[in-house]
Ligand binder design. Sequence first.
Ligand SMILES: [Zn+2]
Length: 538
Amino acid sequence: MQLRSVVAILTMVGSVVAAPLAQDRAKPAAAVKLDPRVDRLKTEVASAVDGMSTFTQQMVDQIFSYGELGFQEQETHRYLVDILKKNGFAVEEGIAGIPTAFMATWGSGKPVLTLGSDIDGIPQSSQKPGVAYHDPLIEGAPGHGEGHNSGQALNITAAIAVKKIMEREKLPGTIRIWPGTAEELFGSKAYFVQAGFFKDVDVALFAHVSNELAVSWGDRDGTGVVSVEYSFRGETAHSAGAPWRGKSALDAVELMNIGWNYRREHLPLEHRSHYVITNGGDQPNVVPRNASVWYYFRQTTYPKIKELWSIGDDMAKAAALMTGTELLPSRVLGTAWPQHFNKTIAEVTWANIQQVGMPTWSDADQTLAKALQKELGSRETGLALTLPKALQGPVTDNRGGGSDDIGDISWNVPTVTLRYPANIPGLPGHNWANAIAMATPIAHKGTTAGAKVQAMTMLDLLMRPEVVAQAWDYFRTVQTKDQKYQPLLRAGDKPAIELNKGVMDRYRPEMRKYYYDPTRYKTYLEQLGIAYPTVKKN
Ligand SMILES: [Zn+2]
């Protein structure tokens, strides 16, 4: 039974072909001149990506099995660097002072295209793929509860397919591939910019997991963020014998949080702020000498982020004053600008999305999706069957939401984020539920569809210099006309590369037993012996 269903999955994965490239394609984006050679090569590259579906699937499954948290993506880093080197890329490792970041380069001359996607996982989201209820591989361990295991597979597949065509057709151009290291901590991209990695770049193509195949331009909904840790220093004393001789740093942390939570009522509705206490003292009978609290301050524009941050600084100073403790210099652990995407590149990408279309989902895929939606009390809509009706333009009523440090890159070079349908709609995000589809045919097919779009867009950019020129015109005369990039990072801020080390040290030995071995198993589901889909019986 189990074996047979695995064979069925493999047959499906092998035969995945997204909607054929329509001859009578939708009206091309205004910027794009029709050129039969470009269209022919785009058709060719899409079928080449289809032919690489096993390669793509293995990368998706492999990185899923590593389940590494931000700044500790050592296995993922080594794995990706090996693949890129094997495929002719020169790789600079440990860039911008971040050991698990790299810049892989192939080709020469203009245009310079960079492809990025995040690689880190989510705490406590260990989960068996293909199982429609909470069933961790390892209780308490991290996992890919966002789906960041798929984006590099998408970009690398696209890049290798395009590279072959560039070699044969002698097309000039440079491809660079980089990881969004520690995206969940907003930990790397502002440092890449600061280190000059985007200075000579023409276009940045970013890819992020989604449940739709889509792209947008202009101001994106959601927020930018500064992630900052406040630490207080007091004095120890016997908590029972002489409490009046102590000064509690933990009291300062608690009073800061209370102050912030009162102030919250009077902050703009679109803001988001949240914290965790990273150090609450040693043991109850010793008045805590040191305590720390880690805040995310999120707002929709750069000036509003700065304003929110300065209120946070005031709260910390006031808490120190109230408790007679000392406020130590705060530490910035990450930053992200709000995102703004390029109109021209989005239009070109959208035209390619319309040609590729949604993947063909199987009954098994839909059964998994609906069972999970039911389990979570979400609407049982299953997987999306159609594309969004139109290219999405700028957000007009931004009510806040998540952030991504691709924002920093988007304010330095023309950038878009391609969202590809590798996950299930209606999930909470940053949760075990978001890991369930991410090593199944849903993620494999969604990633292949995204890789086709990415590869086709790369050919547009390589072969139509007018597109790149128009993208820069939008960037210079519209996007950055009134708002110029200024880093949220302060002088002297350093990447917080020690974050998550303790958690990974604790779980990695056990997680290692579950690493995917593609030399023995066709898929990770097969290695784990999971029948696809596994759903609750009612
Ligand atoms: Zn993400």
